[in-house]
Design a protein around this ligand. Structure first.
Ligand SMILES: NC(=O)c1ccc[n+]([C@@H]2O[C@H](COP(=O)([O-])OP(=O)(O)OC[C@H]3O[C@@H](n4cnc5c(N)ncnc54)[C@H](O)[C@@H]3O)[C@@H](O)[C@H]2O)c1
Length: 371
């Protein structure tokens, strides 16, 4: 485990739980945790049950008792660590977004494919049962031809101009560490889900804004320019002919993590909301007209995705379980030789969409998404 912050905790929890709820050939052994500060990483290792600590990720990669590394550090470190880990022959689970940009992402894909190491990126929302159910309904053809895809991810935690940039958690506001703002941090999730559910995005037209232009930098103590996009909205055309709108901001007062998507097809529509993550709203026009209406499906039954591994029907699970499911699917992929996605190659597609969005916001033109 490299990084002991928010995701370090979420993933450690998943490694500890997965073997209790899923029957798998492989077992997760928490061999070492790595972060720069010895005191912090030692406390983290004790809390989560890691057998040893490192303060330099290069030392971790040099160890032959490590089979897999999990990259849970800020975005600017993903490429250098993943590339070195691939060379060292380690399996890699890397946090999203894959890279700072598409060209860096391409190099990472080349590195893991050359080394032939199993790899995956933590776009975990795919593995919330209600979202996986949406995928199943679409793949079964229940929606028919898709006309519209509508996604947003709204937060409100950066409105104060007093909030500094840089350092744990706040590296997200520092473009050098994050690569971009809400586009790579939040819209990347929306884009990954959209590509998975609705196929390739061909072109985009975007606008971005940085509402607070300077913030104190935590690492220097000085006022510094803010280089990230605070808000982004874009239009998109999918390869299947459907039209889309995407919006993300950290300035939507009252919203903490309002990730929603709605998909409208010729026969049916689907709506999902992260704040109510165990529910899927479904409208099917083929229902008899006297009972036709939006169904509010409580996704908690044993024949719905992943749920037979948990409690009894009617009892819901939550956010943390998406990470457990992702580890379970990764390990199953090792058993079956059918790698679970999103692999680095899959995640590169999201990176290309992010690149096109940021480019379009600059050029003020429609931009094609690279292949
Ligand atoms: N999948 C998701 O839903 C999701 C949610 C949050 C964050 N993320 C991603 O996870 C990654 C980490 O985000 P976070 O929220 O956990 O950040 P965080 O700030 O909470 O934690 C980052 C950790 O990295 C450590 N770190 C920084 N530089 C390091 C270095 N050189 N060597 C070792 N450790 C180092 C920090 O000390 C800290 O422990 C980011 O890429 C982010 O985009 C994904």
């Amino acid at each position: 485990m490299i990084g002991c912050g928010f995701m370090g905790r979420a993933h450690s929890n998943a490694y500890r739980k997965v073997g209790n709820f899923f029957d798998l050939e492989h077992e997760c052994v928490l061999q070492a945790a790595c972060a720069r500060n010895k005191r912090n990483v030692t406390a983290f290792a004790a809390q989560w049950g890691y057998a040893s600590v490192e303060t330099d990720w290069r030392q971790l990669l040099a160890r032959d008792d490590i089979d897999l590394v999990d990259i849970c550090v800020p975005n600017d470190l993903h490429a250098v660590i993943a590339t070195a880990a691939a060379k060292a022959g380690k399996m890699i689970l890397c946090e999203k977004p894959l890279a700072m940009n598409g060209s860096q992402g391409r190099q990472m894909v080349a590195a893991v494919e050359k080394a032939r190491v199993p790899n995956m990126v933590w776009y975990n929302y795919r593995r919330l049962p209600a979202v996986t159910l949406a995928k199943q309904l679409i793949d079964e053809g229940k929606l028919g031809r898709i006309f519209h895809y509508r996604a947003k991810f709204l937060q409100d935690w950066t409105i104060s101009p007093e909030l500094p940039q840089g350092g744990t958690g706040l590296w997200r506001l520092d473009v050098k560490a994050a690569g971009s703002g809400v586009t790579g941090d939040l819209l990347a999730h929306c884009i990954d889900t959209a590509l998975w559910l609705n196929g390739r995005i061909e072109k985009v037209s975007a606008m971005t804004e940085t509402f607070i232009k300077t913030r104190k930098h935590n690492l220097t103590g000085k006022l510094a320019k803010v280089g990230i996009d605070d808000a982004c909205a874009f239009l998109a055309r999918f390869g299947n002919g459907s039209l889309a709108t995407f919006e993300s901001t950290r300035y939507a007062r009252g919203h903490k993590a309002l990730y929603t998507f709605e998909i409208n097809g010729e026969h049916a529509s689907i709506f999902w909301d992260l704040h109510d993550l165990h529910r899927l709203q479904y409208f099917d026009h083929r229902d008899p007209s006297n009972v036709r209406g939006w169904r509010n499906i409580h996704v908690s039954d044993s024949d719905q995705p992943y749920l037979k591994h948990w409690w009894v029907p009617g009892l819901q699970i939550g956010y943390e379980h998406s990470f457990v499911h992702q580890v379970a699917d990764f390990l199953k992929g090792l058993e079956t030789g059918q790698p679970a996605g999103p692999t680095f190659r899959d995640a590169l597609e999201t990176q290309f969409v992010c690149d096109a969005v940021l480019k379009s916001a600059k050029t003020q033109k429609w931009e094609k998404v690279a292949k």
